[in-house]
Write a protein that binds this ligand. Structure first.
Ligand code: UDP
Ligand code: MG
Length: 323
């Protein structure tokens, strides 16, 4: 089969209301440029009727490819499944919830045709987003820039065009704790940005609660930097140095000035302080070891129940599991 020009990759988790509108807007935008496209809709174990909606859409538009997961594996897995499936000379990931406007896709394609191999969509503002969240996300990007030493473009989202060569490179990165934005920066290649104003979700709520976001940030930091481990070492050094000073003072006071020290409070304080710091650093170690454990198991990043495309039409057995 000839390669399509672009593969549009759409991670889908409970998006039944958004899909028809998304498909319509994508077609409005793409059809004037090319009919030579494929829409890879990766159903990430939706609990609503997203799969049926995709199948309905497929009857009208055979360019749609349905990849159905066996359960919910998370957006990062859905994206890598899309990249694994993509045949286009360029691939674009777009959220199903219409928060990122398909209308800037022509600009991205133009930038790609002018030689950029990665085209990031950068958010200038999110209409209706709470300022605290905006602040938290900019702080997060700042910390990541400092820690990761790779090019993470602030306020870039996963809405991004990748040249087929970049997609090939990305496919080789099979780590479990995926922080896609960082990974893409790590890959290198020629990069360009296109700005957009984010909209609020069309329908439904974002599934990214506070704890989820904190977990995501932690994963991102730990998967890109061993600096926290070094900080633990520095903490240990600082405490050792201070206890040494303290002991010296105690010794000098009792030997030279015969002043006895009241022991109880300092003893208890010291024990709690040290205990707390030890627990903290053990936890930190544990985070890395736990991730190592997960990584070493080498489980597949996702499991596909079935792929429905023109090439397979659902009659074939599902493709082999990707590792
Ligand atoms: N998504 C997914 N799996 C999940 C959660 C989300 O595939 O477990 C998809 C979702 O359908 C949407 C995109 O990822 O297309 C972004 O999700 P969401 O809007 O919840 O995230 P946010 O915009 O808040 O980052
Ligand atoms: Mg969203």
């Amino acid at each position: 089969m000839p390669r399509p020009l672009v593969s549009i990759i759409i991670p889908v988790y409970n998006e039944q209301e958004n899909l028809p509108e998304l498909h319509r807007r994508l077609c409005d935008v793409l059809d004037p440029i090319t009919r030579d496209a494929e829409f890879i809709m990766v159903d990430d174990g939706s609990r609503d009727d997203s799969v049926q909606v995709i199948e309905l859409l497929r009857r009208r538009d055979s360019r749609i490819v349905l990849v159905e997961f066996s359960r919910n594996f998370g957006k990062e897995s859905a994206m890598i499944a899309g990249y694994d499936q993509a045949r286009g000379r360029a691939s674009i990931v777009i959220d199903a919830d219409l928060q990122t406007p398909p209308e800037i896709i022509p600009k991205m394609i133009k930038a790609w045709q002018n030689g950029a191999q990665i085209v990031d969509a950068v958010r200038t503002a999110t209409i209706g987003q709470n300022p605290l969240r905006t602040w938290a996300s900019s702080t997060f990007y700042w910390v990541m820039q400092k820690l990761a030493k790779t090019d993470i473009i602030p306020n870039s989202v996963d809405f991004r065009l990748l040249d087929a060569q970049v997609v090939d490179a990305l496919r080789q990165c099979r780590e479990r704790y995926r922080f896609n934005r960082g990974l893409v920066g790590w890959l290198g290649f020629r990069r360009q940005s296109v700005e957009f104003v984010a909209e609020d979700r069309a329908v439904g709520a974002s599934r990214w609660g506070l704890m989820h976001l904190v977990g995501y940030a932690l994963d991102a930091i730990l998967s890109f930097s061993a600096l926290p481990l070094r900080l633990a070492g520095l903490l240990g050094l600082a405490v050792s140095f201070m206890s040494f000073l303290y002991l010296a003072i105690v010794l000098i006071r009792s030997v030279c000035f015969s002043q006895p020290m009241a022991g109880y409070a300092t003893l208890v304080g010291g024990i709690f302080l040290l205990g707390g710091m030890q627990l903290l650093t053990v936890w930190l170690l544990g985070e890395y070891v736990g991730r190592l454990y997960d990584e070493v198991k080498q489980r597949p990043l996702y499991i596909v129940r079935r792929v429905v495309s023109d090439a397979s039409d659902g009659s074939e057995p599902p493709p082999e599991v990707q590792s």
